[in-house]
Design a protein around this ligand. Structure first.
Ligand SMILES: Cc1cc2nc3c(=O)[nH]c(=O)nc-3n(C[C@H](O)[C@H](O)[C@H](O)COP(=O)(O)OP(=O)(O)OC[C@H]3O[C@@H](n4cnc5c(N)ncnc54)[C@H](O)[C@@H]3O)c2cc1C
Length: 377
């Protein structure tokens, strides 16, 4: 007997797989469950040759505000050699708003190298899971932030000018210039942790230190041997010019632009700066023309400054220059064109020829100061 032929089961049409749209439309905007445990705001404390970089304190001021909004704590990461005073740096960090410091002493962390510092920071992040990680946009910070972000497969917003917490998503809203500085964009890392950002020195205000404020120090180990590191630190040769021009932290800056016409006229800027005990800045075209050193460029692709007094001579006030100096307490602009954009945001404007106004100011200040007048700064 033939076995009955099983009735053919009607074929159920296979549920078509939901296709993820391509490109940005397909990006994940939801924070995966395992990343929801990430809490707290961290600052990488940058130090070199016994000095903590001031940008780290500026970042701590911002970290404190972000953490207060989130209702979380602020921690710093301090990596260095066996004999370096890392606990002392941590104690200083507590006065600027940190609650906790993760400290790692190791011989391979003596002097900055990318590999051991990347391992040190990523290991700590993986273990303690911070929500936000901030670094200074310095040579060291930029180098480290990029490799840490790629190792952790998370987002990094570089050169931010503002940091906030988005009230809806509770994500870090990191604002930075875009399209050559003509627009500001706010970037959020919604689906990855930690949310990383770098900020240039002097972009954020220096917080007030609170003497006597303490915190907890957590000692950690690195677990990396010298033979595993490709880069070798043979010697430290200080850049002879790097300490000579300290534009970001100058109290008085006299800057010149293309309105000065030629490099010889730039000496008028140097003379006024000398009398005022200040530094000399410049716009990018002056640097590109070789009138002054690149370290003197103020602006989006130069230095960010925050002096008490900024005198801008023959500078139009283009947005790319403005973003580097608009936080100055007092801006004085000298320009022949009464409609120059710089007059839109300068506190005091002198419509006139800088080649005449600069020597007049130099003479007036020299006379005033020689009579015992107060220094401008
Ligand atoms: C991606 C990008 C990044 C940039 N980054 C920077 C940056 O970091 N920093 C920066 O500065 N620029 C930067 N720039 C360039 C910027 O856009 C402007 O071109 C530049 O700032 C203009 O420089 P300036 O004011 O010296 O020259 P100009 O725009 O040519 O202005 C000269 C001014 O001098 C005035 N003037 C002329 N004669 C006299 C006189 N005798 N006395 C007084 N005033 C006089 C004129 O009225 C004019 O306002 C960047 C541009 C791009 C695209």
């Amino acid at each position: 007997m033939n076995a009955p032929t099983p009735a053919a089961t009607p074929a159920t049409p296979a549920t078509p797989a939901v296709k993820k749209p391509a490109g940005r439309a397909g990006r994940n905007l939801e924070l995966p469950e395992h990343l929801k445990a990430y809490k707290g705001v961290w600052v990488f404390l940058e130090h070199e040759r016994g000095q903590v970089h001031t940008v780290s304190w500026e970042l701590l001021g911002e970290a404190r505000k972000l953490a207060d909004t989130l209702g979380s704590a602020v921690s710093v990461v301090v990596l260095g050699g066996p004999a370096e005073p890392l606990e002392q740096f941590a104690a200083q960090a507590f006065t600027y708003g940190a609650d906790k410091a993760y400290v790692v002493h190791d011989a391979v962390l003596q002097g900055y190298r990318n590999e051991p510092f990347t391992k040190g920071l990523t290991d700590l992040v993986n273990k303690y899971q911070p929500e936000i990680l901030l670094l200074g946009a310095t040579s060291m910070g930029r180098d480290l932030a990029g490799s840490v972000a790629t190792t952790l497969l998370t987002g990094l917003t570089a050169d931010c000018t503002e940091l906030n917490i988005d009230p809806v998503s509770r994500a870090l809203a990191a604002t930075r210039p875009t399209f050559g500085g003509s627009l500001l964009c706010t970037i959020m890392t919604l689906a990855y942790r930690p949310q990383m950002a770098t900020v240039r020195p002097r972009v954020m205000a220096m917080p007030q230190a609170q003497a006597g404020r303490g915190g907890e120090i957590v000692q950690e180990t690195l677990g990396m041997v010298e033979s595993a590191i490709v880069t070798k630190l043979l010697d430290f040769i200080a850049d002879a010019s790097s300490n000579k021009i300290n534009l970001p932290y100058a109290d008085v800056i006299v800057s010149g632009g293309k309105g000065l016409k030629n490099p010889e006229n730039f000496k008028l800027v140097f003379e006024l700066a000398r009398v005022l005990g200040g530094e000399v800045g410049a716009t990018r075209p002056c640097v590109q023309a070789g009138w002054v050193e690149a370290e003197r460029q103020v602006g989006q692709t130069g230095k960010t400054v925050r002096p008490k007094l900024y005198i801008a001579a023959g500078i139009s006030g283009a947005i790319q220059h403005r973003v580097g100096m608009e936080s100055a307490d007092v801006i004085v602009a000298i320009n022949t064109d009464p409609n120059a954009p710089i007059f839109d945001f300068a506190h005091y404007g002198i419509v006139g020829n800088a080649l005449q106004v600069l020597p007049a100011l130099t003479q007036a200040f020299a006379e005033h100061l020689s009579r015992g007048g107060r220094h401008a700064a």
